[in-house]
Design a protein around this ligand. Structure first.
Ligand code: PLP
Length: 365
């Protein structure tokens, strides 16, 4: 059976009428930057999250960068980031001139380990960026407490965690501000690059909006220099359609994850994803862990099932940060985990028999 790691075309086929209509409405109106669909998405996503302000951006990486700039974080400042993430998290910190300081991850949750945060705080530390990795919320109760005690901003990286919850609240509403990516493969994905910022802080929201649009709120009134990072109308129209399906799609991901969990929880040499009791996982990725991962991957691939590794190297060990000279003992958990993790297909468009086929390939190789 051929099971791709992701099948965006199948998803499109299920909603093609709504999508085609939404895109053609934007073209008819020919309002490609800003305009009705962008306003509508910003309002609907703010309402969905239950947050006061949503600001569309060109992509998720920009949205982290713009939040950092708006908080006046830059040269000479330090920002704590998890050792395991997509590079955007640390890259955005460097782009504004600040220094990303890596913190090792929790051995069960693979998110930033609160026990290791305080030892990394210095006079230069300005913020923490917890990443809700794979859709699994970071340990926000502890992180928020540490941030309050040390006067730090908390920027949630929600790129993989649309619809994930913590203490029954959607992630992205807990910290100072949050960043979302709508890269096509994310749980809420556009048909190109897109992202947004969410916050309850009105002055921060206004500053972010200006930074992403050349320092202006009113055309030709450039209060300061910003940049160009706007959400375009066609992407927003796709997101407007898909947002209506997000809860249903998330429940389907959670259901399939529960089938995987119960099939794999007693298998020796296989570790299933774990969540903190306050957290509700959105399963952007279903990440298993095994000392024998190569044999399992080879067998799945031989049976037509695509797999992936998120990520083969922890951030401190990718070439971009080689100059920092880290060794395995600096981030032992992230180092070890990246040698054992692998991701198997999990998306709402899979059929139950495909899920059962994948389970069978792993249980009865
Ligand atoms: C995808 C992703 C981003 C950034 O998203 P882009 O929209 O591709 O810029 C940031 N952080 C994490 C953890 C991501 O997975």
């Amino acid at each position: 059976m051929k099971i791709p790691f992701l099948n965006l075309h199948n998803q499109y086929l299920l909603i093609s009428q709504e999508i085609d209509q939404a895109i053609s409405d934007v073209i008819k109106e020919s309002n490609y930057i800003g305009g009705k669909s962008v306003k509508q998405f910003e309002n609907s996503f703010a309402e969905y999250l239950n947050v006061n302000h949503v600001i569309g951006c060109a992509n998720g990486t920009d949205s982290i960068e713009i939040i950092l700039k708006a908080l006046e974080i830059g040269l000479g400042d330090e920002v704590l980031v998890p050792a395991l993430s997509w590079i955007s998290t640390s890259e955005a910190v460097s782009t504004v001139g600040a220094t990303p300081i890596f913190v090792d991850v929790h051995p069960d949750y693979y998110t930033i380990n609160p026990n290791l945060i305080e030892e990394k705080i210095t006079k230069k530390t300005k913020a923490i960026i917890p990443v809700h990795l794979y859709g699994n919320p970071a340990q926000m109760n502890r992180i928020i407490k540490i941030a309050q005690e040390n006067n730090l901003f908390v920027i949630e990286d929600c790129a993989q965690a649309h619809a994930a919850r913590y203490n029954n609240k959607l992630v992205g509403t807990i910290g100072t501000a949050s960043s979302f990516s709508f890269y096509p493969g994310k749980n809420l994905g556009a048909y190109g690059d897109a992202g947004c910022i969410a916050t309850n802080n009105e002055s921060l929201a206004e500053k972010c909006r200006m930074l992403g649009n050349h320092g202006q709120l009113i055309k030709h009134n450039h209060v300061f220099e910003g940049r160009n990072s706007r959400l375009d109308g066609i992407q927003a129209s796709v997101l407007n359609v898909k947002l209506q399906h997000l809860n249903k799609w998330t429940s389907q991901r959670q259901y399939y994850a529960s089938l995987y969990d119960s099939a794999f929880c007693n298998k020796e040499d296989l570790i299933i994803p774990k969540t903190e009791s306050s957290a509700e996982h959105a399963y952007h990725l279903y990440v298993l862990r095994s000392k024998n991962r190569q044999a399992i991957i080879d067998n799945l691939n031989k049976n037509g099932v695509e797999t992936a590794i998120h990520y083969p190297n922890a951030l401190p060990f990718v070439n971009a940060y080689k100059f920092k000279g880290y060794t395995e003992s600096d981030f032992p958990v992230a180092f070890k985990v990246t040698k054992e993790i692998f991701s198997i297909p999990l998306y709402p468009e899979l059929t139950k028999s495909e899920i059962e086929f994948i389970i069978n390939c792993i249980i009865n190789p």
